[in-house]
Design a binder for this molecule. Structure first.
Ligand SMILES: [Zn+2]
Length: 54
């Protein structure tokens, strides 16, 4: 199993992530989604078709 963020081997301590840094990054992304105002060009991953949005 590898880290979903950077594909490094998962650490049992932080799984499913490889490190605290990646775990925090993912957490911040979740929180950021709640605070972020919906609009064009939100992120660089090309997630313009978010199924959770109407
Ligand atoms: Zn990672």
């Amino acid at each position: 199993m590898t880290c979903p963020l950077c594909d490094k081997p998962t650490s049992p301590e932080f799984k499913p992530f490889c490190s605290r840094g990646c775990r925090d990054r993912d957490l911040l992304q979740w929180l950021g989604d709640g605070y972020r105002v919906p609009g064009p060009a939100i992120d660089e991953d090309g997630l313009d078709s978010d199924p959770t949005r109407p």
